[in-house]
Design a protein around this ligand. Structure first.
Ligand code: SF4
Length: 337
């Protein structure tokens, strides 16, 4: 299998128009700095040029192997390095995962994501995950997995099992990365994304806002994502959930309007990506979530738990979408307009 190596994006690339990379960090920073209403107007305009208005994808995330991770991501309660009360559990079996996927489908989910807290799965883990992926695929759901760093042959095996998407977040800008995690390098993330892309699996990659990063790091994160060639099909934007016991438990809360700005800039720079409102929705509240939809978010995680942190109840989400005149859109037919 051929693989491509992705590199850091120099911060001095020329600026191009919406959605047409490469994007310089400066150009993205200029978007982030626009007057709020101008930014939202631009983002909503781009959104309507590329997506049907009023549709939101519902995705469900299940932790199929929880805790005990040897990495030290400063935001993560599943790291074995932090005392967060999360109990390590072994990989779930096919029957358990199939039942959870069926329940998610019955509740309206169209994509089922499986997360395992590994640094990098072993080949025997990939075999077990392949069985889970095939079972979920058999229910007619789109499949997504987030398993840590992959080798090219492992990405190929997951593709053969029926994996549609692989999630591997860049988290933040390269310049801030070592403040977030010290057990791996930014280039490790880019390498895995390249292996996933080369295997023919769609890419889901995003980041986290509120980890103490400077505004330029937010611009740097979006530049990295938008300048991937092609850019990810899914871009989850998370608001840090400050979990007690993690090094980031006492981070300053993110300004909700700054979070909306990041969503808007993701939409403008990656017009055909599913921009997903991910962790931290509970803390954002409904009015800010509505602004995020206006800014171009068109996917949410659905269900009461995201791996190990809380998420709004499914019926609360259904009520909010109804109040906003938004409707759930099956992923399988949710190709960009
Ligand atoms: S974010 Fe993933 S890799 Fe990092 S500690 Fe948590 S489970 Fe491990």
């Amino acid at each position: 299998m051929t693989t491509t190596t992705l590199q850091f994006v120099p911060p001095c690339l020329p600026t191009r128009s919406a959605g047409a990379g490469p994007w310089s960090v400066d150009a993205i920073q200029a978007l982030l700095d626009l007057p709020f209403m101008d930014l939202l107007w631009r983002a909503q305009t781009v959104h309507r040029e590329h997506w049907p208005a009023g549709e939101v994808e519902l995705a469900t995330l299940l932790s199929v192997k929880t805790g005990g991770c040897p990495e030290n991501c400063g935001y993560c309660p599943q790291s074995a390095a932090f005392d967060t009360g999360v109990q390590a559990q072994k990989l779930m079996d096919v029957a358990e995962v199939t039942a959870a996927a069926q329940a998610a489908k019955n509740a309206g989910a169209t994509r089922f994501c499986m997360g395992a807290a590994w640094r990098a799965p072993k080949d025997r883990d990939i075999e077990k995950m392949s069985a889970l992926i095939a079972a979920v695929k058999g229910l007619g759901l789109q499949t997504c997995a987030t398993l840590g760093m992959l080798q090219p042959h492992q990405a190929g095996a997951l593709k053969d099992a029926g994996l549609d998407y692989y999630n591997h977040n860049l988290d933040t800008a390269p310049e801030y990365y070592q403040d977030v995690v010290s057990t791996r390098q930014y280039q490790d993330r880019l390498d895995t994304l390249a292996h996933v892309r080369a295997a023919g699996i769609k890419v889901c990659a995003g980041g986290i806002i509120g980890m103490g990063e400077a505004p330029v790091h937010r611009a740097g994160l979006i530049a990295q994502l938008a300048n991937l060639d092609p850019y990810p099909e899914s871009v989850p934007i998370n608001s840090l959930v400050r979990v007690p016991g993690t090094p980031m438990a006492d981070s300053d809360p993110v300004d909700p309007l700054d979070f909306v700005r990041v969503i808007a800039v993701a939409r403008i720079t990656m017009p055909r990506a599913r921009v997903r409102l991910s962790a931290g929705r509970q803390q954002l509240g409904e009015a800010v979530q509505a602004l995020c939809f206006l800014a171009g978010a068109n996917s949410i995680f659905y269900g009461d738990k995201l791996l190990v942190t809380g998420n709004p109840e499914a019926q609360d989400d259904a009520r909010l979408l109804a109040r906003l005149g938004l409707s759930a859109r099956p992923s399988a037919s949710a190709s960009p307009a």
